[in-house]
Design a protein around this ligand. Structure first.
Ligand SMILES: [Zn+2]
Length: 265
């Protein structure tokens, strides 16, 4: 079994402030260590379920957060960014049996995590086909585009609740709740145990029933904090300026939508 894992940091067990997520000395190193441990727990769950090849995409910021020394032999780690609109799931292809997401966070404008955002912090609200457009929605559908089912998600409770119905065999672990600028977090030891157990259970399901069929038509609606960004990104091919701060992109081609998201978010 071949498994793809994409990892972020704002949805890990205790990150609360942006300073914890930015590559530098100090409190960031604790968060990067936690991200590494949560990914390792998902890797261990996958191994227990019979995975033989695991690819991990380190998909936060510079893409060099996970400590490679903590990965076992069967893991290949993707670091940095190629420039492809596949972005946080760059490296995914039809050869994988399942995708899993660890450390992911709620969409722009959503409560439940002080670090809620979608790709950047320049938007107030992003929707895809009327749903809150989390990075998880964007890139788990990218996996579906490649025929790879998404079966596991660990992140904040709002993202987990928003995502429950997106994939038929999705198993989840909610690692923290947020209210305003505050978080209430699981102890890391419990987070790691739940991630290991649930990722194993996720991969032990009948993966042939885990896929989704993507919609025929996609509508991405992006509201920017600043009007000048709405004007700027309305010039992306296929985008229209609507109201003062909102840009709308419509397509029946999901790779086109990912390309719009890559350049406009
Ligand atoms: Zn991130």
């Amino acid at each position: 079994m071949k498994v793809f894992i994409s990892a972020d940091i704002e949805g890990t067990a205790f990150t609360t402030y942006w300073d914890e997520t930015e590559l530098k000395e100090g409190i960031y190193s604790r968060a990067a260590q936690e991200m590494t441990r949560e990914v390792r727990a998902a890797v261990d769950g996958a191994l227990a379920a019979g995975a033989t090849e695991i690819t991990v995409n380190d998909a936060h910021d510079w893409g060099i957060n996970i400590d490679p020394n903590e990965m076992p032999e069967c893991v290949e780690l993707i670091r940095g960014w190629s420039g492809s609109p596949l972005s946080m799931v760059d490296g995914i292809d039809e050869s994988y049996d399942a995708a899993m997401f660890v450390g992911w966070h709620a969409a722009a404008g959503r409560y439940g995590n002080p670090l809620s955002h979608t790709m950047s912090t320049k938007t107030t609200r992003v929707t895809l086909n009327g749903m809150p457009c989390s990075e998880f929605l964007l890139y788990s559908w990218a996996c579906a585009m490649k025929g790879v089912p998404t079966v596991f998600l660990a992140g904040d409770r709002t993202l987990v609740d928003d995502s429950a119905s997106l994939h038929p065999c999705l198993r989840t672990v909610a690692l923290k709740d947020g209210f305003g600028g505050m978080t209430r977090c699981l102890a890391p030891a419990k987070a790691h145990r739940l991630i290991r157990e649930e990722s194993e259970a996720a991969l032990r399901q009948d993966l042939h029933t885990a896929g989704v069929t993507l919609p025929d038509h996609f509508e991405l609606r992006i509201s920017y904090k600043e009007h000048k960004n709405a004007v700027k990104y309305s010039f992306f091919p296929g985008c229209c300026l609507e109201e003062g701060n909102t840009v709308v992109y419509e397509s029946s081609d999901y790779m086109g939508l990912l390309t719009c998201a890559y350049f406009c978010l």
